[in-house]
Design a binder for this molecule. Structure first.
Ligand SMILES: [Zn+2]
Length: 138
C-alpha cells in the first residue's frame, strides 16, 4: 500500500495546529492544543516512529524550532563521521568530542543554527537534561 507521501508543508500545518496557531480558513477545533514547539514535535515524532504515518526524514531544528527535510539539508550532531567542514566549525567553536557524544542526535536546519546552539551550550544556557526532559519551561 503506497499512499502519496505527506509533504513537509502538511507536517508544518499539524505542527502549527498543535501549538495553537491560526488554523486554515473554515477549520475550527473546539479545544485547540497549545503545545510548546518541542511538545508539538513529540506528537509528530510519535506519528513518525510509532505509526509510520509521517515520513521520518522531517526533523525539528533544536535552535529555531523550524521543521526541515533531512533529505534536502540540515545538520545532525554525531561523534563519529564528522566531515572536514563540520570539524572546522567545531574547532572554531571549541566543541569537544565529549560534547559531540553528549549531544549526538540533535538536529539543526543549517550550520548557523548549529553554531548558535553550541554557543548557548558554552554560555551555560542549555544542558543535556533540558533537551530530554518532558517538561518545558519556555
Ligand atoms: Zn534552525
Amino acid at each position: 500500500m503506497k499512499t502519496n507521501e505527506i509533504t513537509i508543508d502538511q507536517v508544518r500545518e499539524v505542527y502549527e495546529m498543535l501549538q495553537g496557531m491560526p488554523l486554515p480558513e473554515e477549520w475550527h477545533i473546539g479545544e485547540q492544543p497549545q503545545l510548546t514547539p518541542r511538545a508539538a514535535f513529540g506528537v509528530i515524532w510519535f506519528l513518525q516512529e510509532r505509526l509510520h504515518v509521517i515520513p521520518d526524514h522531517y526533523e525539528r531544528c533544536e535552535s529555531c524550532d523550524e521543521l526541515f527535510d533531512t533529505h534536502s539539508g540540515g545538520q545532525i550532531v554525531s561523534a563519529d563521521d564528522v566531515d572536514e567542514y563540520d570539524q572546522e566549525m567545531y574547532d572554531n567553536l571549541g566543541v569537544s568530542s565529549e560534547e559531540l557524544l553528549q549531544y549526538a542526535g540533535m538536529h539543526f536546519c543549517d550550520v548557523s543554527c548549529e553554531a548558535e546552539f553550541w554557543q548557548r551550550v558554552h554560555n551555560g544556557e542549555i544542558e543535556r537534561r533540558d533537551l530530554t526532559s518532558t517538561e518545558e519551561e519556555r
